[in-house]
Write a protein that binds this ligand. Structure first.
Ligand code: IPE
Ligand code: IPE
Ligand code: MG
Length: 246
């Protein structure tokens, strides 16, 4: 079972266009798919779910669409957070939040504080997030906090300053909507993540679609640079103590 699933929720606009609806109808429907996916992940015992909701580059969209997405974000923060809390979900937001209106920033702070001690699924929304932004802000923090490490810092020094330093790296990456690219999502953390692409448009994504992605993940062999034979040897070693007397 993947501990951490990261999703690029893509295809809202095409879902709407296919139905001769305005793009924003796709975003509204997409919000329902978010609810279904959060529920399914919580039920399946996934520990971390990270959803790309708005990229650093999405400000380039028509102003009407951007402001609709902001309104959707506000109403989700106002209406859903209490429910998340009831269900023991820990809620986090990553991204350059200073670009958002003060009201949104307040709602985020409140939601994170309210749910911070919950022990269930950690749901992270990436909003005004970009993998390159994340790496730059981590470098800036590192230089500010540990100028002495300028020449000697390690991967751990940097990764502990990334916005999602509280989560393990994603095991499974899902992108809906048919495109096969990373679009500036978690650049550092995706180094060894299993990638899964589906043509399903995000508003159509549901528990069975998630199940299919998880099934695909389970068929993969994660080698992290080693050989298949090494992994098999290691797993037989690991089994020895338990199976030794049988
Ligand atoms: C993803 O769907 C939602 C956001 C990026 C906010 P899109 O709006 O990108 O949908 P398509 O790719 O145009 O179909
Ligand atoms: C990626 O989707 C960002 C989000 C889903 C939030 P886009 O639709 O913006 O990506 P591109 O532009 O097709 O790469
Ligand atoms: Mg898109």
């Amino acid at each position: 079972m993947p501990r951490h699933i990261a999703i690029i929720m893509d295809g809202n606009g095409r879902w709407a266009r296919n139905r001769h609806l305005p793009r924003v109808a796709g975003h509204r429907k997409g919000a329902e798919a978010v609810r279904a996916t959060v529920r399914a992940c919580a039920e399946q015992g996934v520990e971390y779910l990270t959803l790309f909701a708005f990229s650093s580059e999405n400000w380039r969209r028509p102003p009407d669409e951007v402001s609709f997405l902001m309104d959707l974000f506000v109403s989700a923060l106002e209406q859903e957070v209490a429910k998340l809390h009831e269900n023991g979900i820990r809620f986090r937001v990553i991204g350059a939040l200073d670009r958002f209106e003060p009201r949104i920033q307040e709602l985020i702070k409140h939601a994170e504080a309210l749910t911070g001690d919950n022990a269930g699924l950690t749901l992270t929304i990436a909003a005004n997030y970009g993998g390159r932004w994340d790496l730059i802000q981590a470098c800036k923090r590192l230089i500010a906090e540990r100028p002495d490490l300028a020449q000697t810092f390690t991967e751990a020094d940097l990764s502990s300053r990334l916005a999602m330093n509280y989560a393990p790296e994603p095991d499974l990456f899902i992108r809906t909507g048919g495109e096969q690219r990373v679009s500036n999502f978690l650049l550092w953390q995706l180094a060894y993540t299993e990638l899964y692409f589906t043509d399903t448009l995000w508003p159509d994504f549901d528990a069975p679609a998630l199940e299919k992605a998880i099934h695909s993940y389970r068929t993969r062999e994660r080698r992290f640079g080693r050989t298949s034979e090494q992994l098999q040897d290691e797993s037989s070693l690991r089994l020895t103590p338990a199976s030794g007397t049988g």
